[in-house]
Write a protein that binds this ligand. Structure first.
Ligand SMILES: [Zn+2]
Length: 314
């Protein structure tokens, strides 16, 4: 595309700001709190809203029913998963876009300065539950497609969408569905984009190409079943609470290094190239520290901090 055309598109994107904002406001207003059975209908409505919105741009979607879930003692319906398809060109690769349409709970009494479900612009920033996680990023795909179609820019890939509405509540039912659809809806997918992560700072978007996983363990320490008075028996019987504290304290040293033997054995050694790649990354430690509300961080060197965040088990 030539320079002139490029500028023309850019102006059109800029002048669509109010429109994009209104669409986001509509999505934010739907209180799709997946953890709240009382707002399950809203969560389901959000998926339908998204299906209708994508249909404007020719996305063919189907809603996959996941059945019911037992929540707070009641059987409640799970929100469906949206499977969408745009483009069937066999000469193009197929991208799968993942995003989620549910949000974490939010009440004004939790400390919000504005109504959580009313998108509010303040100092050039938009506040509203889900505006950045994850309704905004999901809508950006629709906006980009809309703009490309409007200006007859060829979309270089076929796109498949997988939008769920249980992400904030453990993605109930999603894994089973995706496993089942391996040779169904997911067939022919060349790469995936998880459109649900973060920016490097307040001004720099980033492409995340890997994330650390998580391992969960459960520890149980048991002792004598009956109540024993500490003034009479303290120190002469094993005390599970004290033993548990001791066990937990052995997991890391005071600097946060994990003490489990062998845990760092599988971490790939740092190459010079990788080490250098950190130097040019635009990341402001002070801004990051302020954003998490800490007075001090255990590590304030940019490169070491990013390595801790991105490549080390912690
Ligand atoms: Zn998210």
């Amino acid at each position: 595309m030539n320079e002139m055309k490029h500028h023309h598109h850019y102006r059109d994107i800029e002048s669509s700001y109010e429109h994009y904002k209104n669409v986001l406001a509509e999505a934010v207003a739907i209180q799709s709190v997946s953890a709240d059975p009382g707002r399950r209908n809203e969560t389901i409505r959000m998926v339908h809203w998204m299906k209708d919105y994508l249909a404007k741009f020719g996305v063919e979607s189907k809603l996959i029913d996941l059945g019911d879930q037992l929540l707070e003692g009641n059987q409640v319906p799970l929100p469906p998963v949206l499977f969408g398809t745009l483009g069937h060109d066999k000469s193009k690769k197929t991208l799968l876009v993942y995003g989620h349409l549910d949000v974490q709970p939010a009440e004004k009494s939790d400390g919000w300065n504005t109504e959580p479900f009313v998108l509010t612009e303040k100092d050039g920033k938009l506040f509203g539950r889900g505006s950045s996680d994850d309704k905004g990023p999901v809508l950006c795909w629709a906006h980009a497609i809309e703009m490309m179609q409007k200006h007859k820019v060829d979309i270089p890939v076929n796109i498949k969408f997988c939008f769920e509405a249980m992400e904030e509540s453990g993605s109930v039912g999603l894994e089973e569905l995706l496993t089942k659809e391996k040779d169904g809806f997911l067939k022919g997918v060349d790469f995936c984009c998880i459109s649900d992560s973060y920016w490097l700072g307040t001004t720099k978007p980033c492409l995340t190409f890997g994330l650390r996983g998580i391992c969960s363990f459960q520890v149980e320490v048991t002792g004598i079943a009956q109540d024993l008075h500490s003034g009479v028996y303290g120190g002469v019987v094993h005390e599970p609470l004290a033993d548990l504290f001791w066990v937990m304290s052995q997991l890391t040293d005071v600097n946060g290094n994990i003490l489990v033997p062998g845990i760092y054995d599988d971490v790939a050694p740092m190459t010079d190239e990788e080490r250098k790649s950190y130097e040019t990354i635009d990341f402001d430690v002070t801004e990051f520290r302020d954003s998490v509300g800490a007075k001090r961080l255990p590590i304030e060197d940019k490169t070491k901090l990013l390595q801790r965040r991105w490549r080390e088990p912690r």
